[in-house]
Design a protein around this ligand. Sequence first.
Ligand code: FES
Length: 247
Amino acid sequence: MKVTFKIWRQEQSDAKGALKSYEIDGLSEDMSFLEALDFLNESLVLKNEKVIAFESDCREGICGSCGVFINGRAHGPHDNMATCQVHMRSFKDGDTIVVEPWRAGAFPIVKDLVVDRSAFDRIIEQGAYITAKTGTAAEANAILIPKEVADSSMDVAACIGCGACVATCKNASAALFVSAKINHLNKLPQGQPEGHKRLLEMTTQMELENFGSCTFTAACEMECPAEISISSIAEMNARYIKAKFFG
Ligand code: FES
């Protein structure tokens, strides 16, 4: 198949960027979207042109590194799917496909389609862990956890930290990501001793990183590859009020 990619090219964060067109033929509809970008880069190498910088690692929807806007949608044309899970059969022969980096003040562009998502790392550092004694691991069944609690924790633990929630939100809010990282620990007995501290420190860091406020448009829920529900944000807000005002 033959398509025209219009891809955001930007040498570095303070340089001026622009969309550049590339016509490419010989793609297979069975290629993943990232393989199509690899194919394009190989053709640029042969022409002695600079390759397009983009991120990927696992290429199976686990690591969260691959996010870009495809034709104006975070991660492309499908709901709840990472960029690396999109295949070229999602497009038609002759299509023009516009590819841009995440757009959010808290995610500055590093180069082309690569953005700096270290703001997420700094939020994680504030409390997305539990403090446990080293030594022999405790018997796995020593703390009994009701299945519905374990399931609900696992639902939010599925967050891959890709940043699509921020990029697609008109306010560039990180509420879905932060709520997932707080709630998956705060729901479980092992996470509760540090629960209030975790919640207050992670939400404070979120504010320091200049993410916007959540206004519950639910755009994040639609684009989240892990299908995390905005009910996670409501739960975080309820826990926040409890932690802040009732200790
Ligand atoms: S490359 Fe890992 S989620 Fe896409």
